[in-house]
Design a protein around this ligand. Structure first.
Ligand code: ADP
Length: 471
C-alpha cells in the first residue's frame, strides 16, 4: 500500500515533542513490512534543511485568501531515514527556525495543507491512504471530502491520529476564504462552537480516528478541551493504538549519544558509568538516587508543581537524593526551576532548554524519571526510560496507565493517582526505599529493559486500520 503521512513534525527533521518521534518511526516500520510509506512536512529553516541534500520535484503557485504564494516540493535525496521525505517549502511562511508559536500559524499551516493537495492534484498522485497527524493537518479530510476542486481525491481514505487533543488550531470564520470554495451546506463539517476547528473537523471527516493510547481515547470522552461530545459521537470509527518506540534510535547498546553502552546483562555497570558522567557534569553525587524530569515545562505535564515538589523532596531528604531537570516552556516555571539551583547546590540542577543528546544521557544515567502529568496522550518518555533501565514514577493517566504497572501490584514502576505535590513526594519516598533494597532495585531495572514496546508490532495495528479502509 502507498501511505502518505502528513505532519508538522518528524524526527530528525523537526522535533518539538512525541509527534516527531512517531512520524519519524512509524513510516520506516511500515516500509520494513513491504509497504510504501512517505512523509510530508513543512520545509523549516533549520539544521536538517541546511545539512541535507534535496531534489526539487515540483513547484506551484496558489492563493491563500488575497495573497498569492509559491511552494516547492523538495525530496530528501538519499532516503536515508527509511522513507521518502518531502518538504513543502513556502517562502515567508516556513523559512523560519521554529515549528510553532508564530502569530500567523493559521496562515502557515493552512497554506501547507492546501499546497499538499495541490501537489497531489498537479502530479496525479492517488495514494491508498492519507494519514494526518494532529490539528495542523486536520483540514485535509474536510477539503478532500467537501471541496469540489479536490473531488477527484475523494475516494482516498483519510486517517487522523490525535497525538494531543488539547490543541485544536481554532480560527474564526473570517478566514474561511483561505480554503477552497465549498457549498455553504458543508460548513458544519468545519465548525465547532462557532469557530473553524481543524481538529474537530478532522474527527468529523476522517474515515478513521486513532488516539495514541486506548486510555486516552476513553478519557477524551470526558475531557477533551470542548470536543468531548463529538468524540463520543464518533466513537464507532475511533480506536486507541499505543505508540511504539524506535529501537534503532533508542537502544542503550548502540546509542551514539552515549559514551557507555549497555544491555540488560551489563546494566549495573553501564548505568553506573553513565550516571557518573551526568553527575559530574551537573555537580551531583552519583552515590545517591538520581530522580529526573525531561519534558515541556507546561501545566499539562504537571511541570508547574515541580519547583515545590523538588524543594520539599530535597528539604525532607537532605543529602539523600539528587534531582536533575531538563526542559523548556513556561518562562515562570523555567525561572523557578533555575532559582532552586542556588538553594540546593550539589543535590539539584536544571538544564533549561531543548537538548536531544542530554535527554539520551539522562535516560541512561538516571535511576528514576518523574512524570506527574495531568494529561498524557501516550507519553514516550516513560517508554524510553523503561528501555534504558530507568524506573518511571508516573501519574495514572492516559498512556501512562496503559504502560506502567505499580511495583506493589506485581509491576515495575511507581504510580500515583493525583498530580499533586503530596502524591509525587510520597512516590519519591517509595523510590528511595526501593533504591536501598538493592536486590529488588536491580531485578526491576533488568525486567523493564526487556519490555517490548517496539514499532514492529505496533505497525501491524496501523496496517490493520489501513486495510479495513481499502477501496
Ligand atoms: P509531548 O509530545 O507531549 O511533549 P512525549 O512524551 O510524547 O511528550 O514526547 C516527548 C519527546 O520529547 C521525548 O522524545 C522527549 O525525550 C523529548 N523532549 C521533551 N523535552 C525535551 C528537552 N527539553 N530536551 C530534549 N528532549 C526533550
Amino acid at each position: 500500500m502507498e501511505i502518505i503521512h502528513i505532519s508538522a513534525e518528524c524526527y530528525p527533521v523537526a522535533k518539538v515533542g512525541g509527534l516527531a518521534d512517531v512520524v519519524g518511526a512509524l513510516p520506516k516500520y511500515l516500509n520494513k513490512l513491504g509497504h510504501s510509506a512517505k512523509v510530508v512536512v513543512p520545509g523549516y529553516d533549520n539544521a536538517f534543511s541546511k545539512e541535507n541534500q534535496f531534489d526539487l520535484v515540483h513547484k506551484g503557485q496558489l492563493r491563500l485568501g488575497w495573497f498569492t504564494f509559491t511552494y516547492s516540493i523538495l525530496k530528501e535525496a538519499t532516503d536515508k531515514l527509511g522513507f521518502e521525505l518531502f518538504l513543502i517549502a513556502i517562502p515567508d511562511l516556513f523559512d523560519r527556525p521554529n515549528v510553532y508559536s508564530y502569530e500567523d500559524d493559521t496562515e502557515r499551516f493552512t497554506a501547507f495543507q492546501v499546497a499538499f493537495l495541490n501537489w497531489l492534484t498537479e502530479t496525479n498522485q492517488m495514494p491508498d491512504i492519507i494519514h494526518c497527524h494532529d490539528h495542523h493537518t486536520g483540514l485535509i479530510p474536510f477539503m478532500i471530502s467537501h471541496a469540489p476542486i479536490y473531488g477527484h481525491l475523494k475516494g482516498i481514505p483519510t486517517v487522523l491520529t490525535i497525538h494531543n487533543g488539547q490543541y485544536q488550531g481554532w480560527f474564526d470564520f473570517d478566514k474561511l476564504h483561505y480554503l477552497p470554495k465549498v457549498e455553504t451546506s458543508r460548513l458544519g463539517f468545519l465548525e465547532w462552537n462557532g469557530v473553524i476547528n481543524p481538529l474537530a473537523s478532522a474527527v468529523k471527516c476522517a474515515w478513521k480516528v486513532t488516539t495514541v493510547s486506548p486510555s486516552y481515547l476513553n478519557e477524551m470522552s470526558e475531557k477533551a478541551n470542548g470536543i468531548e461530545n463529538l468524540l463520543r459521537f464518533e466513537r464507532p470509527k475511533s480506536l486507541g493504538i499505543l505508540n511504539g518506540i524506535d529501537n534503532d534510535v533508542w537502544n542503550p547498546e548502540t546509542d551514539p549519544m552515549l559514551t557507555h553502552h549497555y544491555n540488560s546483562k551489563t546494566l549495573k555497570k553501564g548505568k553506573k558509568n553513565n550516571k557518573a558522567i551526568l553527575c559530574e557534569q551537573f555537580n551531583l553525587d552519583s552515590n545517591k538516587p538520581l530522580f529526573t524530569f525531561i519534558g515541556r515545562l507546561v501545566y499539562e505535564k504537571g511541570a508547574d508543581l515541580l519547583p515545590e515538589i523538588c524543594s520539599i523532596a530535597l528539604s525532607r531528604n537532605p543529602n539523600e537524593i539528587n534531582i536533575l531537570i531538563l526542559g523548556s516552556g513556561d518562562p515562570k516555571i523555567e525561572h523557578s526551576l533555575s532559582q532552586l539551583t542556588h538553594f540546593y547546590d550539589g543535590n539539584y540542577n536544571a538544564f533549561i532548554g531543548y537538548n536531544e543528546k542530554l535527554a539520551h544521557i539522562i535516560y541512561a544515567g538516571a535511576d528514576y524519571l518523574l512524570m506527574p502529568s495531568r494529561v498524557e496522550p501516550c507519553g514516550l518518555n516513560q517508554l524510553y526510560a523503561l528501555r534504558y533501565g530507568t524506573i518511571p514514577i508516573v501519574r495514572r493517566t492516559g498512556g501512562l496507565s496503559d504502560t506502567v504497572i505499580d511495583i506493589g501490584d506485581g509491576g515495575f514502576g511507581i504510580c500515583h493517582d493525583q498530580t499533586s505535590v503530596f502524591d509525587v513526594n510520597y512516590s519519591i519516598t517509595r523510590g528511595i526505599d526501593l533504591y536501598n533494597d538493592t536486590k529488588l532495585f536491580d531485578t526491576t531495572r533488568k525486567k523493564i529493559m526487556q519490555i517490548d514496546h517496539s514499532w514492529e508490532s505496533v505497525a501491524h495495528e496501523y496496517l490493520t486500520v489501513y486495510q479495513s479502509l481499502k477501496r
